[in-house]
Design a protein around this ligand. Structure first.
Ligand SMILES: *Cc1c(COP(=O)(O)O)cnc(C)c1O
Ligand SMILES: *[C@@H]1O[C@H](CO)[C@@H](O)[C@H](O)[C@H]1NC(C)=O
Length: 439
């Protein structure tokens, strides 16, 4: 028991506290991104080591740390593909195939990189529709530049024929961009470079421990196979070793190595976890996702899952009317159970309405969240108790309750009726008489 506890505490330390500490040291934090390289040898060493580790994890040959986010990595990767195709005299290739199950940033990045997006259908199990893919490839083979694949997809499905898909694209002169933001489900188990992909971005602020709440800085480095390496980003101020700026795709962010000040977090995380620890984290992340699906099965419809399991990436609404949840490796079983109990409680509240036991308009589900002001108001005329409104499940108690500051707001109304909250110019104007007096 004690050892389990110690292990948990240790894991927590590894996952959150220890890797972040070094970025507060002035040796890391107070260096200008444009200092002469001989004044930042430590950083250069860190880049080299992190590059080696990330190449090992992904199966790629070279990493560029210039992109600051996943989406920027996508743009950089596609620009590298474009530069590569141009160098072969194939500048007319501009079609980018993207399955419906891709992350929303994919088509946006392809558009920005000057490519023409063609959407590939998915089948009822969430897999890429191979018949449709083959038809599209056939139709566009003369102008095929790339295919972007989110793997596992935004539906949480590991495409079983990922290898065949990569091969098909290559046979028809295209390059494969594998969106690597969902590496939580792969690190230590399998590598994009081995499926046949040419380039991927990694979200270090998702998979490699950089905290990313509240819009903090991120890092979306890209890994590439050797043939794309000459085209990686360069920089006009800082000469980057091993990048030939006359072939490079150009520059995609202000600093040569992006938000390098946060890279010590990922470096430390990888070194502290070691290869066994990283693999274990991946296994736990997949197990947690499947555990949660199992506990909710029968109460909620699980939309997609592969034959041998799935891994829901991030928490979002990829399909209208669904919620996708990624528990990750960081939550322990008790926390996941609490979360499942909350979801099951919500399902129960839905059932009460379905079965006519609760008013369809005024009910705990639609009136939630209940703020302290709402609960303590002297006129309470709802068909459920104040106690239920405040403490719907046994683990929500006065000592632990987190009170929402506001009750439900009508998001859709707000989205559709934009209101300018900034005062008009006249509000800043002083009265005419005052102006005359002060001039
Ligand atoms: C998060 C995510 C992205 C975009 O990454 P940002 O850092 O938010 O730009 C792209 N693809 C997938 C699959 C993601 O989950
Ligand atoms: C950089 O690339 C250009 C164009 O391919 C080539 O002519 C030049 O020799 C390269 N320079 C170096 C230093 O490799």
């Amino acid at each position: 028991m004690t050892s389990v506890l110690i292990q948990c505490v240790f894991h927590l330390l590894i996952a959150f506290v220890l890797p972040c500490q070094p970025i507060t040291w002035r040796e890391f934090g107070n260096i200008h991104p444009f200092v002469p390289l001989d004044q930042a040898e430590g950083y250069q060493k860190l880049f080299r080591q992190l590059e080696r580790d990330l190449c090992e994890v992904t199966g790629y040959d070279k990493i560029s740390f210039q992109p600051n986010s996943g989406a920027q990595g996508e743009y950089a990767g596609l620009a590298a593909i474009k530069a590569y195709l141009n160098s072969k005299g194939e500048s007319s290739r501009s079609v980018c195939l993207i399955p419906k199950s891709a992350h929303g940033t994919n088509p946006a990045s392809a558009q920005m990189a000057g490519m023409k997006v063609q959407v590939v259908e998915v089948d009822k199990d969430g897999n890429i529709d191979l018949v449709h893919l083959k038809a599209l490839v056939e139709k566009h083979k003369a102008s095929l530049a790339a295919m972007m694949i989110t793997y596992p997809s935004t539906f949480g499905v590991f495409e079983e024929n990922i290898g065949d898909v990569c091969e098909l694209i290559h046979q028809n002169g295209g390059q494969v961009y594998l969106d690597g933001a969902n590496m939580n489900a792969q690190v230590g188990l399998c590598r994009p470079g081995d499926y046949g992909s040419d380039v991927s971005h990694l979200n270090l602020h998702k998979t490699f421990c950089i905290p990313h709440g509240g819009g903090g800085p991120g890092m979306g480095p890209i890994g590439v196979k050797a043939h794309l390496a000459p085209f990686l980003p360069s920089h006009p101020v800082v000469a980057m070793q091993s990048v030939n700026s006359s072939r490079s795709l150009g520059t995609i962010s202000a600093a040569p190595w992006g938000s390098s000040a946060i890279l010590p977090i990922s470096w430390t995380y990888i070194k502290m976890m070691g290869s066994r620890g990283l693999t274990h984290a991946t296994e736990v992340a997949i197990l947690n996702a499947n555990y949660m699906a199992k506990r909710l099965e029968g109460h909620y419809k699980v939309l997609f899952r592969g034959r041998k399991g799935f891994h829901a990436p991030t928490m979002s609404w990829p399909v209208a009317g669904t919620l996708m949840i990624e528990p990750t490796e960081s939550e322990d079983k008790a926390e996941m159970d609490r979360f499942c109990d909350a979801l099951l409680g919500i399902r129960q509240e839905i059932a009460e309405i379905e079965e006519g036991r609760m008013d369809s308009r005024i009910n705990p589900l639609k009136m939630a969240p209940h703020s302290l002001a709402c609960i303590s108001s002297s006129n309470w005329d709802r068909p459920y108790s104040r106690e239920y409104a405040a403490f719907p499940l046994p683990f929500i108690r006065p000592e632990t309750k987190f009170w929402p500051t506001i009750s439900r707001i009508d998001d859709i109304y707000g989205d559709q009726h934009l209101v300018c909250t900034c005062p008009p110019m006249e509000a800043y104007e002083s009265p005419y008489e005052e102006k005359i007096a002060s001039s």
